[in-house]
Design a binder for this molecule. Structure first.
Ligand SMILES: N[C@H](CCC[C@H](N)C(=O)O)C(=O)O
Length: 222
């Protein structure tokens, strides 16, 4: 089966044009960085009139949303269909992504505030200043540098530490704005690179470069 390898700021994915459910053992094998292709997750894209996709974490679990993965899907489809904007559905929720050259902008709804430092920006994020373990949340260790800059390290459910996280960026940015630590536009940096974030009346824009690294054939073994 043909696959494409994508990343946004080092959060990397194997993209498959397939609507078949995958078995966890196939997922862990493909995401294995020594014995497989190697990735933080798999994006299974069903190309109907409305583009839908499923996001699998490297451990085989399903993620409800991924701010970086959805921008890789958008890049893939927009490039193929010569579009500059697309709507993509993941588990019944539809998001808009715009593509300008290789820069993808996700228009995400304002995160739900679950607790003072817990948000749902598609998936749950706990915003902390020093690492704490959580079974139910992605954990973002955030340092707010000044009112337009913050730095973040994310420990993701189903993956572990990643080089960047889109929904984490959105949650950390919104937390910063709510607590008067950030203005309505900021740059969020993680080990893998940076995003530009902007707060509108009813959405948060998240912009960064998407990279298609290579494509190849996966030899499915029985
Ligand atoms: N890397 C993703 C988040 C995936 C979250 C996932 N690991 C989970 O909650 O299961 C992002 O860019 O938003």
């Amino acid at each position: 089966m043909k696959f494409w390898k994508y990343h946004v700021n080092g959060n990397d994915f194997i993209l498959l044009e397939s609507s078949h459910k995958m078995h966890p053992s196939q997922i862990t094998m493909l995401c294995d960085r020594h014995k497989g292709i190697g990735a933080d997750g798999i994006l299974c894209v069903a190309e109907e009139e409305q583009v839908r996709y499923l996001h699998y974490n490297a451990d085989g679990s399903v993620a409800n949303m991924c701010g970086n993965g959805i921008r890789c899907v958008a890049h893939h489809i927009c490039t193929k269909r010569h579009l500059s904007k697309i709507e993509i559905t993941i588990l019944g929720q539809t998001y808009t992504v715009a593509l300008n050259d290789h820069i993808a902008t996700l228009y995400a709804p304002i995160p739900k505030v679950l607790e003072e430092n817990r948000y749902n920006s598609g998936v749950n994020h706990l915003i902390v200043s020093a690492y704490t373990q959580s079974e139910d949340d992605n954990v973002d260790v955030v340092k707010y540098r000044d009112d337009t800059h913050f730095e973040m390290t994310t420990y993701e459910l189903g993956v572990g530490e990643t080089l960047s996280c889109g929904t984490g960026m959105i949650a950390a940015f919104y937390h910063g704005v709510r607590n008067q630590l950030l203005s309505h536009m900021a740059i969020g940096t993680s080990k893998g690179g940076y995003n530009l974030l902007y707060l509108n009346d009813d959405s948060i824009c998240l912009s960064s470069c998407v990279h298609e690294v290579y494509s190849g054939n996966w030899n499915e073994r029985k």
